[in-house]
Design a protein around this ligand. Structure first.
Ligand code: NAD
Ligand code: DAU
Length: 340
């Protein structure tokens, strides 16, 4: 099987490419990535010279280029991770989110129709369901929970989901969609909460916690997300949506305190800062469908996953110091200047 993994130089796509290259030596894995600020070839370095792996630099919005790639490579399956993925950036500049996350998806699906594929898989997010109240732990997102988005990022991802389902119904494109909760693990760009807190705590820098740190996220170790997608691509039913999550709800403050404890750093590093506009209160997934229909089970609890993650950041300082010593400095200064 030949698979196209778009956005494979990013966090989750990179972990997925590593997993596929090792798990399926008989398959061909091609990563297509535009190498935006979030794309990093150092993430792919460990697999770059594997015989079943190839990297191609390019933009999913570039129709001519994408068509040529499909014509040359004749992919069997396409797994689309490519996206602008950071909520705070979408609040500052929504436009690129609409381009990549919606128009890019259209280009990919048009290429799939033109050249033929066995499966197009869209990697979506729990954020398309909006948020849940903090005082109703009984409520969880199900696949039939209505779409109700809060940020330009989540609105762009929800738009893409609707387009993907429209291509299935109208053109019969064999699509699947997965909606996962918050991921964490190796190669996570340090603009997101967990790697930001680990890298700043290791440098004894103040840790920005939005509002009171009471917002809740449902955390999943990244390789558990990857194994779920692999199962959906191989065994999932065309036209179906699958929720992915491992029942690991934690408030942001709990997450930050856990990391500080593991690192032996003081809680005095915590700084409560101005809240994110439109900040979703709580995400919580019901993964019953993928568990019962496809037999998926996560391997890591939050306690085991966070330890593994911290260990990775301790052992791979070079990977993240290359990032935070570059353009990231300007990003951090700009993004956080009005929050203090
Ligand atoms: P990321 O920002 O780390 O990586 C995105 C990758 O896409 C980068 O390598 C970037 O260079 C590439 N890219 C961006 N625009 C592109 C374009 N126009 N053409 C080609 N490549 C482009 O993101 P991530 O956290 O790995 O998320 C991957 C996917 O999973 C996204 O679709 C996101 O919405 C979804 N998702 C993420 C999470 C999470 O917790 N991180 C949870 C659920 C779903
Ligand atoms: O739920 C899935 C989504 O998870 C994905 O679709 C997104 O691509 C991914 O970025 C993530 O979105 P979040 O907004 O939940 O992740 P983030 O790491 O940005 O923030 C997690 C929580 O931590 C959120 O409540 C905001 C808070 N936060 C974040 C940052 C960066 C802080 O308190 N301080 C911070 O500095």
């Amino acid at each position: 099987m030949k698979m196209l993994v778009t956005g494979g130089a990013g966090f989750i796509g990179g972990n997925y490419a590593h997993m596929m290259v090792h798990q399926y030596p008989e398959d061909q894995i091609v990563v297509l990535d535009a190498l935006t600020y979030a794309g990093n070839l150092e993430t792919l370095e460990p697999i770059m010279n594997e015989p079943n792996f190839k990297f191609v630099k390019g933009n999913i919005c570039d129709r001519e280029f994408v068509y040529q790639l499909f014509e040359d490579e004749k992919f069997d399956v396409v797994i689309n991770f490519a996206a602008e993925s950071h909520v705070d950036r979408s609040i500052e500049n929504p436009e690129i989110f609409l381009e990549t996350n919606i128009m890019g998806v259209q280009v990919l699906m048009d290429a799939c129709r033109k050249y033929g594929i066995r499966r197009y898989h869209q990697v979506s997010t729990d954020e398309v369901y909006g948020d849940l109240p903090l005082d109703r732990p009984d409520l969880l997102f199900r696949e039939d929970t209505p779409i109700h988005t809060s940020s330009p990022y989540s609105a762009s991802k929800a738009s893409a989901d609707l387009l993907v389902l429209a291509y299935h119904r109208t053109y019969g494109l064999p699509v699947t969609i997965s909606r996962c909760s918050n991921n964490y693990g190796p190669y996570h760009f340090p603009e997101k909460l967990i790697p930001l807190i680990i890298s700043r705590a290791l440098n004894d820098e103040p840790l920005p916690v939005y509002g009171e740190g009471a917002n809740v996220r449902d955390w999943l170790y990244v390789t558990d997300h990857c194994s779920a997608i692999d199962l959906i691509v191989r065994k999932g039913k065309p036209g179906e949506i699958y929720n992915i999550g491992g029942h690991n709800e934690r408030s942001n403050l709990e997450v930050v305190k856990t990391i500080l404890k593991e690192l032996g750093k003081p809680e005095s590093l915590i700084h409560f800062v101005k809240d994110r506009p439109g900040h979703d209160l709580r995400y919580a997934m019901d993964p019953t469908k993928i568990e019962t229909e496809l037999g998926w089970k996560p391997e890591y609890s939050f306690d085991t996953g966070i330890r593994r993650t911290i260990e990775w950041y301790l052992n791979n300082k070079e990977w993240w110091t290359h990032i935070i010593n570059g353009e990231y400095q300007n990003y951090y200064a700009e993004m956080y200047k009005d929050r203090v």
